[in-house]
Write a protein of this length. Structure first.
Length: 442
């Protein structure tokens, strides 16, 4: 049991802690999970909770849901932090859970920030979850597919919590201003769209919204009658610098680079520049972004506009030479160029088709006539015999076959009619017709 210190009081707690709801009726957001008749609400109200993972961004109510379960369950509830606990603490808790089980008492173990546990620490829970000694509830901001052991994850139901809407955040702020547990005991006037500004700044994070409101009140203008006025200007000063949610090694990293790539592919330069800025302003390595743009230039533009690769490669060099923040404009140039360029994935498709045949025919020998013969033995073995040197012909073409016999006639590169590639397509048709006529003796 936690002891209360001499100076502990509700008023000294952060606003978000004072307003933490104890029941589902007071809970804000996640109506897809805890709305009337929804699955998680039914599990909590019937006290039939099983092992589960709450996955969502910060400040959306993961820990609050666990606290609500703690208030409503008839099981022993143990709160566990992945930040301060190790294997020794895990084993002690598991022994306690086993003791509870002997007396017919269920034990729910809540692990906040479960993604911070390493594999060995997570494995320590597994046998107790398997035999039913504990019901594990984990909370994480990271994709559990990446951060939670597969064996443990397979025994847990994953509930995805969403960022709160701006309307939900504004409702929460209004409640905070009226509630006696919140700021209801003070005379506070909020001017203009200050609450809307705070809600927008919070970006779906209830804890950030309440903390920002608390800071705005502390920095508000006090009138002669003791009332505090929070203006848009006050909020603007407090929210002048926004911290972007981003984990360069986690799921958001892949989500944002995917958004950039697909926006360029969809020829949407505005969206592409937005996602680019989201990554760079959150601290992403510009060279990583540049490498992906270089890849895009051939994968999605290709010979429809060969200069796309030049632009992308030049942007990579600029990033290497001068770094952030100066190189942001070079990446923007490459991203906009690739967005507006005609699109062709013919090169990517060509390689994928060829790769399939290459993997199935790993031992297929190179035809003798296109092998080099640098030694006498190789010449005696007829290496290079029958080779036709294209530069010796007027057309700079021969009808020599270069694929293995059983792959002859296979087509990998199938050019589109987009941009410059239309010229490549026409040239390829000319070459194919010339070779076909040559082989027919025409």
């Amino acid at each position: 049991m936690m002891q209360t210190g001499l100076f502990d009081s509700a008023a000294s707690q952060p606003l978000a802690a004072r307003l933490r709801p104890a029941t589902l009726d007071d809970y804000v957001g996640q109506t897809h999970l805890v709305g009337p008749g929804k699955v998680l609400r039914r599990l909590i109200e019937s006290d039939q909770v099983s092992s589960m993972i709450f996955w969502g961004p910060p400040g959306v109510g993961k820990t609050t849901l666990a606290r609500i379960i703690a208030h409503q369950t008839r099981a022993e509830f143990i709160d566990f932090s992945a930040v301060t606990s190790g294997i020794r603490e895990i084993r002690a808790v598991m022994q306690q859970a086993d003791e509870n089980r002997r007396f017919g008492v269920r034990t729910i173990v809540f692990v906040d920030e479960i993604h911070r546990f390493n594999k060995a620490q997570q494995d320590a829970f597994l046998p107790f979850v398997e035999k039913g000694s504990i019901i594990l509830i984990g909370a994480t901001t990271e994709n559990p597919s990446f951060e939670v052991n597969g064996a443990l994850l397979s025994r847990c139901k994953v509930f995805v919590l969403k960022a709160l809407t701006q309307q939900e955040i504004e409702g929460l702020l209004e409640r905070a201003l009226k509630s006696e547990q919140g700021l209801g005991g003070q005379r506070i006037r909020v001017g203009g769209d200050a609450l809307g500004m705070i809600a927008a700044f919070a970006n779906g994070d209830a804890r950030m919204a309440l903390s920002t409101l608390e800071m705005a009140v502390l920095n508000g203008e006090m009138d002669a009658d003791g009332a505090v006025t929070v203006t848009e200007e006050t909020v603007s000063q407090i929210t002048s610098k926004k911290t972007l949610l981003y984990d360069k090694s986690g799921e958001e990293h892949y989500n944002l680079i995917s958004a950039l790539h697909k926006s360029m592919r969809n020829s949407d330069p505005d969206a592409a520049v937005y996602w680019l800025s989201r990554m760079l302003e959150a601290g992403e390595d510009p060279l990583y972004v540049a490498r992906r743009v270089v890849r895009f230039a051939s994968e999605d533009v290709g010979l429809a506009d060969p200069r796309a690769l030049e632009q992308a490669a030049a942007a990579y060099q600029a990033c290497h030479w001068i770094g952030m923040p100066e190189c942001s404009v070079h990446l923007t140039q490459a991203v906009v160029y690739c967005s507006l360029a005609p699109k062709s994935n013919a090169l990517d498709v060509a390689y994928a088709l060829a790769k399939q045949d290459a993997l199935k025919e790993l031992d297929e020998p190179v035809p003798l006539h296109i092998r080099n013969a640098p030694t006498r033995l190789m010449k005696e073995l007829r290496y290079g015999e029958g080779y036709q040197y294209a530069h010796d012909t007027q057309e700079k073409l021969t009808d020599m076959r270069c694929l293995p016999d059983h792959l002859e006639g296979r087509s990998y590169y199938r050019p589109t009619d987009q941009g410059v590639e239309a010229r490549f397509a026409a040239r390829l048709r000319e070459i194919q017709e010339w070779k076909a006529n040559k082989r027919k003796g025409k």
